[in-house]
Design a protein around this ligand. Structure first.
Ligand SMILES: *Cc1c(COP(=O)(O)O)cnc(C)c1O
Length: 370
């Protein structure tokens, strides 16, 4: 039987222009093949795992999974409201921050209202723009030899790319996949340069890891800039990637618009409980920060000693220029059960992104490098 049915031929215009998000390798198959020796260094997960408080809170909710979760996530929102000193009405919860980034484009961008982001930035931003049928403007990044932020956001160029029509700018701080960052003062200058009808999304997925001078969080600027939106996630430092919880802090009117399209039960009950408990474990958070900083610095030194170029990072991963065709190295690592993230999709042919895994995982990676 010849199968001539092809749904792609009649997908809508926005979807026709898209390719699916590339999640990397087929990890379940790799886990079955390599078992315990598999080193998963491609998705920036936290090797220490979540707080035990979060795990216990999640387990308690399992008895109630026959019930729908709280559609408002009120308990987690109250906890976040206390944590950040913002009203509950300023908070939107998401099934991971990925969902919120998509939701913002759906609600504010369209064919006449473009979306601006940096050339080497989170892969979700161009997808969000395309899904909304909006032009995605990829602004050239800072040059490779920039002293502070090679391949990072060129905020001056991004401000120039913004017009009265631009509805949305995505900034990642620190940025994925480069690991680079910009200061609070630089963000403030950017906010002063763009119109108040341009929503500026600062994606702070890695904020829990930052300690560079002049860099804290965009949250302090929320009260002065109603067009500022900050997204956070429980997937990275909180190590709850599998439960899919993210949140966004914004002007309440932005939250109200997003509420029109948000799925009613977008965050599951187990995730809500675990996330709330995770916020209370300051000791765990401190240990995650310290361990990551120590191991990231150690890994960077080891890679530099092997003749590689390591980009500055305020995150739990390193962008590394291996000085030759990265695809060949990446596939050799893959065959020995070490998974890193190739950067060919960005056209960065000699670089790979390596998550700061456990010491044992990083040791195994280093043993397999030339
Ligand atoms: C990992 C990551 C996210 C988080 O995604 P979730 O959907 O919350 O798991 C968001 N932005 C950036 C830049 C990331 O690297």
């Amino acid at each position: 039987m010849t199968d001539t049915f092809d749904a792609a031929a009649f997908a809508n215009r926005a979807t026709s222009a898209l390719r699916a998000y590339d999640p990397g390798h087929d990890l379940p198959t790799l886990r079955a093949r390599f078992g315990d020796v598999l080193c998963e260094l491609g998705s920036n997960e936290n090797p220490l795992g979540p707080s035990m408080l979060a795990v216990r809170a999640a387990a308690r909710v399992l008895d109630d999974v026959f019930r729908y979760p709280d559609p408002l996530g009120a308990s987690l929102k109250r906890r976040l409201s206390d944590e950040w000193g913002v009203p509950v009405a300023a908070i939107t919860l998401g099934n991971g921050s990925h969902e919120l980034l998509m939701l913002l484009a759906q609600c504010f961008a369209d064919a006449e209202h473009p979306v601006v982001f940096s050339r080497y930035s989170f892969a979700v931003y161009p997808i969000a723009a395309a899904a909304a049928g909006a032009p995605g403007i990829a602004v050239p990044a800072l040059p490779l030899d920039h002293p502070d932020a090679p391949l990072g956001h060129d905020l001056d160029a991004m401000a120039k790319a913004v017009t009265a029509q631009t509805r949305l700018v995505y900034l990642a701080n620190p940025n994925n996949p480069t690991g680079t960052w910009f200061t609070d003062a630089a963000l403030e200058r950017f906010l002063d340069a763009v119109p108040s009808t341009t929503l500026v999304v600062v994606d702070e997925a890695y904020n829990e890891y930052v300690d560079a001078p002049g860099l804290s969080t965009a949250l302090h600027l929320l009260s002065r800039h109603p067009n500022l939106i900050v997204t956070r996630t429980f997937s990275k430092a909180h190590a709850l990637a599998g439960l899919r919880v993210g949140y966004m802090l914004s002007h309440p009117s932005v939250a109200r618009v997003c509420e029109r399209l948000r799925e009613s039960f977008n965050v599951n009950g187990v995730g809500l409980a675990a996330a709330e408990a995770a916020l209370g474990d300051h000791e765990h958070r401190a240990r995650v920060r310290e361990t990551n900083r120590r191991d990231r610095e150690w890994l960077a030194d080891e890679l530099v000693a092997r003749g590689m170029r390591v980009f500055p990072s305020q995150t739990n991963f390193l962008l590394v220029d291996v000085g030759r065709d990265a695809a060949e190295l990446e596939s050799r690592l893959y065959d020995s059960g070490v998974i890193v993230r190739p950067m060919v999709g960005y056209g960065l042919l000699s670089t790979i992104r390596i998550s700061v895994g456990s010491r044992a995982e990083l040791q195994r990676l280093l043993e397999r490098l030339p």
